[in-house]
Ligand binder design. Sequence first.
Ligand code: HEM
Length: 452
Amino acid sequence: MSVETAVQPAKKVRTIPFYRLLVKNPHDPIAAFEEVGRIVKGELVRLNMGPFKPFLVTYPDHVQHVLRLNQPNYVREGMFWDPIKPMIGDGILSDGPNWAESRRLLQPLFTAKYVDSLTDEMSRIISEQIDSRIRPGEPFDIAKKTAEIVQTIVVRLFFGDKISKEDIARLIPAYETGVTATAPRIVLPFVPQSIPLPGDRAFRNCVKTIDEVIYPRIHAARAELDESKNVVSAICRARRDDIGPEGDRRIRDDVVGMHGASTETSATALTWMWVALHAYPHVAERVYAEIDEVVGAGPVQPSHLPDLRYTEMFLHELLRLYPSGWILPRLAKETDVIDGVTIPAGSTVVLSPYLTHRLEEFWERPLEFDPERFAPGKEHGRHRWAYIPFGGGPHQCLGKYLFFIEAKLLLAGILSRYRPILHAKGEVKKRFASSLRPDKGLQMTLVERTRA
Ligand code: HEM
């Protein structure tokens, strides 16, 4: 298959009756989506979802076309993005000039050098979180606990010590509910905003709470304008000339947008991490052995991280089979042609790292969990656009480096002291939501490890 950027004579596009597959798998929509992947094998098709027929783009050349080659034509607007707009605003998670300006201002906060300068602080926060939140021997809901830990890390990195406990206690549940409350609109993207759906009111309340907490923090950080390393202070310094309510709003949109982008994705990935360790014991043994060798009885230090090589390969493979951002929707502004298929202006185009990462043409034994695929040097034999857990092109994830540091600190911090026991029978199902969450209520116990 090849990619054309100019408008070419049209090729007939196949339509897959997705609604029928959904009816066949009423309790597991992700399984229905996986079935689509097996049927189309990378072909560019339309999904028939009744009144809504998005294009499904999974073949790496086509992904490259949308995310890189003709990227300005494919914007983050439309049915999937509109419902969350009141929360994420018009900054780093949007498109156009505001996004470009935000990206330019925020990029320096995510360079390896800048993130490395935060590692000591992150390591301290993570150790504190492990000590205060883990009760060995007591089962807990892993998705919930992981989200609490990740949210706390992010809030502390974003606000430093300048946010009160009361505000943290309001902010974290507001973000959490804000993300989940829009799920019905993601499942039913064709329902107009004017028709109320469950979750709408909860969503509006969350946005109100977030604003009530964040705006005063922005005003205070602008008044102080000190050299603190936290993200909010750094953004306020970068926008010091952007005064007035509009300037405040731009800062708010970037803070909230980044918060949303960083917590949900990381928390979901880190929850799947425990599922993968449980499901693939031979892989778990190698991760445990590496952490024992590098970190010993702990505590984990930032200097240990570069030596956790197998753990890093494990995390890459985790994001291949469980990419938190499992669908990336776009709206085509102008009519375009991809590989002979006409994409009319106004169409919704859905990319799916989840399906691209399962294409047999690019991945040998795609359903097998094998971190060796990510051994150093292996990336040379792979299509650059066959592995896209962090997206690609101008919107490529800003937090990739930060995620690997956070994940290794957390995993090594826990495994140097405990062994996980997941209480799951059979395969853990995936939930249909904006990110690839595991089934609700998954329990785990951490037991104190015995050392020889
Ligand atoms: C497992 C962890 C993560 C995954 C899987 C992930 C995935 C992604 C993906 C797929 C995109 C592209 C979205 C699109 O094209 O529409 C993205 C964008 C983004 N991510 Fe991440 N992300 C992760 C962690 C983080 C963290 C820790 C941060 C920040 C602290 C972060 C900040 C961002 C931002 C700001 C963007 C928007 C970039 C732009 O549009 O210019 N992410 N992420």
